[in-house]
Ligand binder design. Structure first.
Ligand SMILES: *[C@@H]1O[C@H](CO)[C@@H](O)[C@H](O)[C@H]1NC(C)=O
Ligand SMILES: *[C@@H]1O[C@H](CO)[C@@H](O)[C@H](O)[C@H]1NC(C)=O
Ligand SMILES: *[C@@H]1O[C@H](CO)[C@@H](O)[C@H](O)[C@H]1NC(C)=O
Ligand SMILES: *[C@@H]1O[C@H](CO)[C@@H](O)[C@H](O)[C@H]1NC(C)=O
Length: 570
């Protein structure tokens, strides 16, 4: 504690200039000759050195069983939840390519000038430890593409520790792309710039869309050569390594429990589950004999809510395996995700997922499949009565999902209150969008911007390109009549109030694949300007922004976007 206070003070008093004091402190903690300051190139001129004022705690490693073997020996691990394991530093020079100011300030309580500290770049990329950090790799399993896949685990991620902020929120910090662990299997433990830019941008974008998600503090790119077969077509090319520091309230997944049941480690299962309930489900009483049932019903409910939210913004996760599903029902593990452009329930973001298992329209069902697997994992800890209750909860999943979906889409259309035909009006519009291939995001956005009289006459300005696409449908006028009639029933509503309401839930900007791709192409040449522009834009996705408009972020996707494929290896 005192140490934290001390370094904080030291740091604050040294941001403006590098004093001898700072260098001395740095030199005491790390051998000076080991590191030649001049050789590091950062995003901004490095002005300061010194310990980062962020002290982590390690409740996870204190409370849960650890692997007896140290270090990244790749093997089948037994009897533990974590393996202690150091990140492997990236090859320098390192560039701090992006930082989330919101995470920095409002989650980590850090002053923004900290990014000018050389130590910061090292700490957030695995080159140095945050004070108090004990890096861990988590052991988990999972069902991949419907089948039990055995031991998976953090194959290129390191959990650094936990931070409890001023507001009393507890966050777990994790590096991704930080080197091998016992769970790396045949992987190299690295992540490339491509996939790291996508994760950084999308997790932050999802947060500002109001979707529960992991967050991202920083993106560091390096000169580390990483070999990848982007499209799984045996065309291996050299890319560069990058590390994202990401945060979540918890990184436990359905697969965290599954593996313990599968291997019959029931004592560890119970220890972990009790820990999870105690730490993250604080309203469940530990002495409640039905605590596992209550826990399960929470996860079922929250998962249904999360997937409904994904649908409301047209988000397809892409790899909904049980190991990519958080027990806290936040979006985690951004890989070959995509935002649907033309409305299509069969939209599949992962171009190699030929069967469309994880199409956008399948997500609710896949969620149910994953919850069934969770129940299988909990089964050894349940009485037969409790098991029956849990099965009943599962039966309610679909209703919870549909109800939430319905509410969200009603809000997207500006409806207040309930009317009998609301589901029909929603389904009708989606059908028109499907038939015409109208853009999902912009159809709803433009409906929020259009006036009722424009709708009535069907005369849209050219900027309303998505609505213009719908206009070609023979039943569009019929739908408009239904819609206007529904709106007219809300007596005390005004058109301006409707527009305002709708614009608050229908984003103007989402991270379309072509936008990410354009930013990635520049980032690979060390130009991070478009990453920055996207990051800024997506921080306020509901607000029209001049620069974003100039960049075409709400325009019809450029023609080159149609040929794009998500490069899946990451
Ligand atoms: C960050 O630190 C600098 C230098 O100590 C100080 O001038 C600035 O006001 C601080 N910013 C915030 C938001 O506290
Ligand atoms: C279900 O989850 C939602 C979203 O977090 C929450 O608002 C709601 O209160 C939950 N319902 C129940 C019955 O727990
Ligand atoms: C999702 O899980 C699979 C294993 O099932 C893993 O290989 C993949 O990396 C995960 N996806 C992401 C984006 O992390
Ligand atoms: C995409 O789908 C294919 C086919 O199912 C799968 O093998 C691959 O792992 C998926 N890609 C990712 C990144 O999950």
């Amino acid at each position: 504690m005192t140490k934290h206070g001390f370094t904080l003070f030291l740091f604050l008093s040294s941001v403006a200039s590098t004093t001898c004091r700072d260098e001395q402190d740095f030199c005491e903690s790390k051998s000076c000759n080991e590191r030649d300051f001049e050789q590091n190139h950062f995003y901004t001129n490095v002005k300061t050195y010194g310990e980062i004022p962020l002290t982590l705690s390690h409740k996870l490693s204190d409370a849960l069983p650890l692997d007896e073997v140290d270090g990244p020996v790749i093997r089948t691990v037994k009897g533990c939840v974590f393996s202690e394991c150091q990140p492997t530093p990236l090859k320098e020079p390192l560039t701090l390519a992006a930082v989330s100011q919101d995470v920095l300030r409002n989650i980590l309580d850090l002053n923004e000038s900290v990014i000018q500290n050389e130590e910061f770049v090292l700490c957030v990329s695995g080159g140095k430890r945050f004070p108090g950090s004990i890096p861990l790799a988590h052991r988990y399993g999972g069902h991949q593409f419907g089948n039990w896949a055995g031991q998976l685990g953090d194959g290129r991620a390191h959990l650094l520790g936990e931070y409890t902020n001023r507001k009393g929120e507890r966050w777990e910090l994790q590096l991704k792309g930080s080197g091998k662990t016992p769970y790396s299997r045949s992987g190299d433990g690295r992540a490339v710039i491509r996939s790291s830019v996508r994760e950084f941008l999308c997790s932050e974008a999802m947060h500002f869309l109001g979707v529960p998600t992991s967050r991202a503090l920083s993106l560091v790119v390096s000169e580390e050569p990483v070999w990848r077969d982007q499209f799984y077509n045996a065309n291996v090319i050299k890319e560069r390594g990058a590390v994202v520091l990401r945060l979540a309230r918890s990184w436990f997944r359905i697969g965290s429990l599954e593996i313990l049941t599968r291997t019959g480690e029931l004592d560890v299962l119970q220890t972990l589950l009790d820990f999870i309930i105690k730490e993250y489900f604080k309203s469940i009483a530990m002495n409640d004999p039905d605590k596992y049932v209550v826990f399960f019903s929470r996860v079922v409910n929250e998962t249904a809510h999360l997937i409904a939210l994904w649908m409301s913004v047209g988000f397809a996760h892409g790899v909904c395996n049980t190991d990519n599903f958080s027990l806290l029902s936040v979006t985690i593990d951004y890989g070959p995700f995509g935002f649907m452009e033309s409305y299509d329930p069969n939209f599949v973001p992962n171009t190699s997922d030929d069967e469309g298992r994880y199409s956008i329209g399948a997500q609710a069902n896949v969620g149910l499949f994953n919850l069934q697997k969770l129940l299988v994992a909990l089964k050894p800890l349940l009485t037969s009565d409790q098991l029956t209750q849990c099965r009943q909860t599962l039966r309610e999943y679909s209703q919870t999902y549909h109800q939430r979906f319905h509410e969200l889409f009603k809000a997207k259309l500006g409806f207040l209150g309930n009317q009998e035909k609301d589901s029909y009006v929603i389904a009708f519009l989606l059908k028109l969008m499907e038939d015409t291939g109208a853009d999902f995001t912009m159809t709803f956005r433009q409906l929020s911007e259009v006036t009722l009289s424009q709708l009535q006459t069907g005369s849209f300005p050219p900027s309303m390109w998505a609505l213009s696409d719908l206009l070609s449908h023979e039943y569009f006028r019929d739908w408009v009549q239904l819609y206007l009639k529904r709106l007219s029933r809300m007596k005390s509503d005004s058109d301006a109030a409707r527009q305002h309401r709708m614009q608050g839930v229908n984003p103007r900007y989402v991270l379309r694949n072509w936008m990410a791709e354009s930013a990635i192409r520049k980032a690979e040449k060390n130009d991070f300007s478009e990453v920055a522009l996207l990051q800024k834009t997506l921080t306020e996705p509901f607000v029209e922004q001049e620069e974003a408009e100039r960049a075409g972020y709400s325009s019809k996707p450029p023609s080159w976007a149609q040929q794009l494929r998500v490069s899946c290896s990451s």
